[in-house]
Design a protein around this ligand. Structure first.
Ligand code: CP
Ligand code: NVA
Length: 313
């Protein structure tokens, strides 16, 4: 029996793992799969396939969208966490990857350092998806860009304003800008600026940093933000609350943006901190579509990673 060599296995560990053409394919399939879901038309291409989901951090949307998504594709999903498995008791990541990937068809991991998903993937026989690390959140930006395209058409040449922390979600936006050729205007408090090397971007052509968040928002087609303190950084909470006080996306920032700008937030949100209630609950906000689209794009992502390119009718 021949076995697929581990080295050629595709994974989605950061946004730049996929080409623009592959992202376009996943978006085409996302639309088809979403349309079938809305019409209650069963679609079970992953029948008898198993997704293992490993969570070392909390989640609502990521767990729900992967678990429901795999079920809707005809397969099963198994939830594992560090508290009640050997993962939290020091078993090497490499050993866990060898064993887990012999028993399932695809793995999703939410964890701390990006190095953990990379070490897992290097020892996995099946595709591995990054469900959020300290460094990146590629599934989120897949959903966000898909949502933008649904509402406003192609993102190529457009401007995204990122207000707040240069965190995992911000870094993933910067990678997406390089892959899909758009621009990101970033505004962070002093000391929290983008580090291009940490963000894994090739250069600075696709982003610009602004001291004043209002300037970052000018003419933007999409304004987005995220929590001031990400999971794993809770010890910095008090310092961050003070530093980020003026980086709350409010109506003045939305007014500086393009009149047709949309507002996004990966959620969970803290109204009155990184975003004003008037904005996230206002007419330009597309956050519920954005959250729902996690389901559709991740179903297309799993289809692509397990079955390769499925042609659309
Ligand atoms: N946006 C996001 O990943 O949400 P969860 O933390 O609830 O999964
Ligand atoms: N930046 C946030 C995103 C949560 C979905 C975090 O990492 O906690």
């Amino acid at each position: 029996m021949t076995e697929r060599p581990i080295m050629t296995q595709r994974h989605f560990l950061q946004f730049s793992d996929f080409s623009a053409d592959e992202i376009a394919h996943v978006f085409t399939r996302s639309s088809v799969i979403k349309d079938r879901f809305k019409r209650y038309q069963p679609y079970h291409p992953l029948s008898d396939r198993t997704l293992v989901m490993i969570f070392e951090k909390a989640s609502t949307r990521t767990r729900l969208s992967f678990e429901a998504g795999m079920h809707q594709l005809g397969g099963s999903a198994i939830y594992m966490n560090t508290r009640d498995s050997q993962l939290g008791r020091g078993e090497p990541v490499e050993d866990a990857a060898q064993v887990i990937s012999r028993m399932c068809d695809i793995v999703m991991i939410r964890t701390f350092e990006q190095a953990i998903v990379e070490r897992f993937a290097s020892n996995s026989r099946v595709p591995v998806i990054n469900g959020l690390t300290n460094e990146f959140h590629p599934c989120q930006i897949l959903a966000d860009v898909f949502t933008f395209i649904e509402h406003r058409g192609s993102i190529r040449g457009k401007t995204v304003a990122w207000i707040g922390d240069s965190n995992n979600v911000c870094s993933t936006w910067l990678q997406a800008a390089e892959v899909l050729d758009f621009k990101v205007h970033v505004s962070t408090p002093p000391g929290y600026e983008v580090d291009a090397a940490r963000a894994g971007v090739r250069g600075t052509a696709h982003f610009e940093q602004f001291a004043d968040p209002l300037d970052a928002c000018r003419q933007a087609h999409l304004v987005t933000t995220d929590v001031w303190t990400s999971m794993g950084f809770e010890a910095e909470n008090d310092a961050r609350r003070a530093a980020f006080e003026n980086w709350c996306v409010d109506e003045a920032m939305m007014a500086a943006a393009d009149p047709r700008a949309v507002f996004m937030h990966c959620l969970p949100a803290h109204r009155g901190e990184e975003v004003a209630a008037e904005v996230i609950d206002g007419p330009q906000s597309v956050v519920w579509d954005e959250a729902e689209n996690r389901l559709h794009v991740q179903k297309a992502l799993m289809e692509f990673l397990v079955l390769g390119r499925v042609e659309s009718p």
